[in-house]
Write a protein that binds this ligand. Structure first.
Ligand SMILES: [Zn+2]
Ligand SMILES: [Zn+2]
Length: 137
């Protein structure tokens, strides 16, 4: 694991750095994440929000309301559309990074499956991982 680690979007306009070890790495199959990922789960890295520094570029956000009534703002590059961050209203101290935006995400080890209940029948789900029908807790 390399801290700090860095990432950005596909076109290179957005760059960020994270100066903390991830608190968790999870695969989320919720319906909203399927839109963002293209169908498979979103691979989400949870970090303290204060550890994220946007080094370059600007992000556009789209806010949706979850079943719980909480909102999630998903931030993406307005030029190329790459999903980069999510900000959950329920946990304002947490930042969520889409693993696909990291320069090197190969060292991540998934810790849990979220929203199993929304997963597509053809989704690959590692049954060895802790699995939650919705969000944990
Ligand atoms: Zn971009
Ligand atoms: Zn999700």
């Amino acid at each position: 694991m390399a801290v700090p680690f860095a990432g950005g979007c596909m076109c290179g306009a957005v760059r960020y750095e994270v100066n903390a070890e991830p608190l968790a790495f999870m695969l989320c199959h919720c319906r909203e994440c399927q839109y963002v990922s293209g169908g498979e789960p979103a691979a989400v890295v949870i970090v303290p929000k204060a550890a994220i520094t946007l080094k370059q570029g600007t992000l556009k956000g789209f806010t949706s309301t979850a079943e719980s009534g909480n909102t999630v703002t998903r931030k993406f590059c307005p030029e190329c559309g790459t999903p980069v961050f999510s900000e959950p209203s329920a946990n304002p101290d947490l930042g969520i990074i889409k693993a696909g935006s990291m320069d090197d995400a190969s060292w991540l080890k998934p810790g849990a499956i979220l929203w199993r209940s929304s997963a597509q029948p053809w989704a690959h789900i590692d049954s060895a991982l802790p699995t939650f029908e919705k969000n944990p807790g």
